[in-house]
Design a binder for this molecule. Structure first.
Ligand code: 5GP
Ligand code: 5GP
Length: 230
């Protein structure tokens, strides 16, 4: 009888313990990433001014804003690990591509490092169970290459020319070319017109492939939005 009881105890511990541990680790983990790209023309033509990076005016192309771990319920973790500050030496091989693909437009002008540091510390540290600092930045750069947003839009006749386009045509052209429906975020230009500001795509937990978004962020664009030049 004692042996039977003891083995029952062992068996129940074996069943219960793993679920306790997985519950506690998943509460610090995440389900997918938003890969967010910004249109520089829409960052710069608002009432708040922008500043070009110290390296000069960026290309007239979408730039990376960030790669953001998220939960399926729409909430997200942030600032997950103070013991892993941004360390430029871990990404020295990526700096040339970072300056090109992840330019900063905030004032005062900077090299981009303050922006990258912010994104790593707020968002990147929450994906450490899957990718390290080098992989975090490399993953974002690869995603940028893989998803040629401007190409997808211009192929459909949607150009950064200050004209208005239907939100539906913008979404459809990206879906047509990239295979997944994006989330489009708008902001307002200096005169108050709604315009194409950021495009969100969803990426699986490993950072290797695009997926259909499990949940979209909140916010609203008009049915017709401007695509300003840069
Ligand atoms: P805003 O309030 O301007 O939309 O967002 C401010 C910042 O909050 C973003 O730049 C980003 O760092 C964070 N943020 C906003 N929405 C989301 C979201 O849906 N997921 C994640 N992971 N971060 C978000
Ligand atoms: P998030 O909105 O991702 O939490 O924070 C963005 C932070 O990065 C802000 O503090 C903002 O000033 C800074 N930042 C630097 N460069 C840029 C840029 O080009 N675009 C955006 N959206 N934020 C930038």
């Amino acid at each position: 009888m004692k042996i039977l009881l003891a083995s029952l105890c062992v068996i129940s511990l074996l069943v219960i313990l793993p679920s306790v541990f997985s519950a506690s680790s998943s509460s610090e983990d995440f389900d997918f990433f938003y890969f967010v790209q910004q249109w520089p023309g829409s960052y710069c033509d608002t009432q708040k001014k922008c500043c070009y990076p110290t390296t000069g005016k960026p290309a007239a192309d979408f730039g990376i804003h960030g790669l953001w771990p998220n939960y399926k319920d729409g909430t997200y973790p942030s600032n997950c690990d103070e013991t892993k500050p941004f360390d430029r030496s871990t990404i020295s091989d990526l700096l040339t591509s970072m300056k090109k693909s992840w330019p900063t437009l905030a004032c005062p002008s900077g090299s981009g490092e303050a922006f990258w540091e912010h994104e790593w510390e707020k968002h990147g540290t929450c994906s450490e169970s899957v990718i390290d600092q080098h992989e975090y930045f490399q993953t974002a750069l690869k995603l940028k290459q893989k998803t040629n947003l401007l190409g997808a839009l211009t192929k459909a006749g949607i150009n950064p020319d200050g004209k208005s386009y239907s939100l539906e045509s913008i979404r459809d052209s990206i879906k047509e070319s990239i295979g997944f429906t994006p989330w489009v975020e708008c902001n307002r230009d200096g005169s108050g017109n709604s315009q194409l500001y950021q495009v969100y795509l969803c990426v699986d937990r490993s950072g290797s492939g695009l997926i259909q978004c499990p949940v979209f962020p909140h916010g609203k664009c008009g049915a017709e939005i401007e695509f300003p030049s840069f």
